[in-house]
Ligand binder design. Structure first.
Ligand SMILES: [Zn+2]
Length: 97
């Protein structure tokens, strides 16, 4: 069992699972897989990236990320911050990894 990640929703960091091109995606535009909110059941596109680290099990330079929509940014940030894991919250558009 992987206990490295707190699990408010689907059990860990969000990874895009939908790799098929979006309808209408043509050769003119690079089809970007849509990144959705990490909150379980939420289908909203990500607007924020929460960068976090669990110092008890991760090295300090390890950066884990969750994505969040506007509605769930506070929920997910709270979840991480009460555990002391939250490092920063970055607008999705500004996040470069
Ligand atoms: Zn959401």
């Amino acid at each position: 069992m992987d206990t490295s990640a707190p699990a408010p929703g689907d059990g860990g960091e969000h990874r895009p699972e939908h790799t098929e091109p979006a309808p209408g995606g043509g050769p003119a535009g690079a089809p970007e897989p849509e990144i959705l909110c990490s909150r379980r059941g939420c289908r909203a596109p990500a607007a924020w990236v929460l960068v976090w680290n669990n110092p008890r099990i991760h090295t300090v330079d390890r950066r884990k990320t969750w994505t969040a929509c506007d509605d769930h940014r506070d929920y997910l940030a709270d979840f991480l911050s009460v555990r002391g894991f939250l490092l920063e919250t970055v607008p999705f558009a500004d996040f470069t990894g």
